[in-house]
Design a binder for this molecule. Sequence first.
Ligand code: LLP
Length: 422
Amino acid sequence: MILAVAAPDTTHAPVFALHEVPLPAIAAAEGTPCYVYSAPVVQARLAGLQQAFAACGHPWALHYALKANSSLGIARLVREAGVDADANSIGEIHLALRAGFRPDQVVFTGVGKSPAELTDAVGLDLKAINAESAGELDRIDAIARTQGRRTRVALRVNPDVDAQTHAHITTGLKSSKFGVPIDDAPGLLRARKDAAGLEIIGLHVHVGSQITTLGPLCAAARKVADLAVALRAEGFPLSHLDLGGGLGIVYEGGDVPTYEAFAQALVDVARPTGLTLIVEPGRTVVGPAGVLLARVIDVKPHAGGGRFVVLDAGMTELMRPALYGAFHRILPVEPSDRPLVSCDVVGPVCESSDSFGRPRELPDPQVGDLMAIMDAGAYGAVMSNTYNRRPLPPELLVQADGSWRTLRRRQTIDDMLALEQA
Ligand code: LLP
């Protein structure tokens, strides 16, 4: 777990390597910016979750939220670990199938599913489609009947629980666009109890991401569990409760619950329902397993007395700081006894929001220095884009033996223009 050793914002960090592969060697061979992931860290985190749920003695299934990192190589690693998938679009469903998941290992979530997505998903006979509205239930029913099928669905309910996280990733307040108000759920399910195209098998909830206490997760789970008990008493043959993802990671110090505490808390709520517990973790699996490796390409003083340190990575590679004001540790990769100086660490994109951290104390950065932006394995590469015509960065996976392989090569200008015509 070499990625976990550095202290928050360590300034005189020693050279750190991913499983004996020095990041400088990776940078020299592959160029920067690039994402570097550790296979053993992903595997260890998956195993940690599996062990924690297995120890609780209640039926469970883990569905990795592909949206956090859907690189084909990462998805394959997840499948090989025996964990199933949560997809948020037909693209993620097909990615999952290409990574070797069977359709019955995939749940399909998403606040808006197009007719084409629903037709495709129904035809694939996935484990479940998490429906987000009465209208969507009816559309699934109609498509399923046309195809001569009964489609397994879970209804996503909105419990009106504050996840106490960033507003942009809060999804369970009644003002959020997700799911149906929990109080409306019984009525709209009753009205569809005999729908020929639907098999109503579960309830789904997800109140937000980067949640660092168990309170909101349990509050939402309890509301959904109570509803499930009531629905079963009415004769709905439910089989699972899908309690979403949402366990956060440590970006900047502080604590997050252990996997054991997370699993136990959710199982304690699910057990009385007798239903299988599903969880859809994303960030906690891959976040700490990845760094964005970047090089300093300019240093200049600014009027405030500090300096701008311009990296060759920006909001195009990692947009979390620009989008959410998110904190990521920035560590110099190579040791240095230079004095600490105050820096605004920024990217090269034409936006003032293209900033990774200000101010940060770093050992007097020089052009050419390598920096690792930590905990970038989740919602990093998947959210990268080509603004300013910047090519998508490569993604590299380091194995336990210290070798690494390319999961995605760097985009070329020809790749970028391949879909265009003048
Ligand atoms: N299930 C559902 C229905 C979700 O919407 C999400 C995340 C997850 C599971 C996985 O949640 P996790 O375990 O990763 O917290 N781009 C944002 C995060 C967006 C999360 C969206 N939903 C960020 O960079 O923080």
